[in-house]
Write a protein that binds this ligand. Structure first.
Ligand code: SF4
Ligand code: SF4
Length: 270
């Protein structure tokens, strides 16, 4: 069965509310995850103690972007180097007790929840996201946005004439170029909502589909419409559509230049 949350080289915490804050930059989230990790490491491993610590950690952290999605203070770093994120209340993290009931959901919900990407992504697509992103911040953004990942892979196939396969990522320069394209998810204007894919918060806090109003902009639809939607190029999100479109084109060109020609790739792989 496809598993996306904890993979050999990637981990995700999106459904624990990781990105559901006003500042979801890598730097801000890294600081927050360390703050939680250090506080919980000093906390007695009991449910009341974890609950109290979680409540203190949640104080003054600001309003979530989507009020209907909870932000759990028990998500943190699982390793000393800060390369893997996950639930610090899980028995595998505590080394014994299951303290997940001290978080924002009950244990059954935490245990059973699988986001929709599990139903939509293939193992091959998951492997491509894992290999290309190679860190928790970008991986979580990409693996939870299936239309974005597919649009990027489709656009790369469009400019290179080759379907992107796992073996292509063994070429360092192509892997770097593909990562740079995916990383447009992380490079939005401050305050942008775009990290949340093709959705923005509705009046009731629920995600509502985003749409780029090309008519109002007096221009035709972009060939990269889905990518632009997913990175928040909707001008209402505070980003510049034309600049982002040009940047996509530039990064796609870099992918095309870096991908070995079919003959060369086959000889190397042979
Ligand atoms: S958002 Fe999906 S992939 Fe990420 S931790 Fe949750 S269930 Fe796993
Ligand atoms: S307790 Fe549940 S919601 Fe909180 S970090 Fe753990 S798995 Fe995520």
């Amino acid at each position: 069965m496809l598993r996306l949350c904890q993979r050999a080289n990637a981990s995700c915490g999106a459904c624990c509310g990781l990105y559901n804050g006003q500042d979801h930059s890598r730097a801000a989230l890294t600081d927050e995850l360390w703050r939680r990790t250090r506080a919980l490491a000093r906390t007695e491993q009991t449910e009341p103690a974890f609950q109290a610590c979680g409540a203190r950690l949640s104080e003054g952290t600001g309003a979530p972007v989507f009020p209907s999605v909870r932000v759990c203070p028990l998500l943190g770093f699982l390793d000393a180097a800060g390369t893997r994120i996950g639930c610090l209340a899980h028995p595998l993290a505590t080394g014994g007790p299951d303290l997940r009931a001290a978080g924002v959901y009950d244990v059954t919900t935490c245990e059973a929840f699988l986001c929709p990407s599990h139903a939509w992504l293939s193992e091959e697509e998951a492997q491509l996201a894992e290999a290309a992103c190679a860190d928790w911040h970008l991986y979580g953004l990409v693996v939870t946005d299936v239309p974005f990942l597919r649009a990027v892979l489709g656009a790369v196939a469009g400019v290179t004439g080759q379907r992107v396969e796992r073996r292509h990522l063994e070429h360092g320069s192509f892997k770097k170029a593909l990562r740079a394209l995916l990383a447009m998810k992380e490079e939005l204007e401050p305050g942008s909502e775009g990290l949340f894919g093709a959705f923005r918060p509705g009046r009731d806090g629920e995600p509502v589909p985003r749409r780029i109003d090309y008519e109002q902009l007096e221009r035709g639809a972009s060939p990269y419409d889905q990518i632009l939607l997913s990175i928040g190029a909707d001008p209402r999100s505070g980003n510049d559509l034309d600049l982002l479109e040009e940047e996509i084109r530039r990064r796609l060109d870099a992918c095309r230049a870096a991908l070995p020609e079919p003959g060369k790739a086959a000889r190397r792989g042979a």
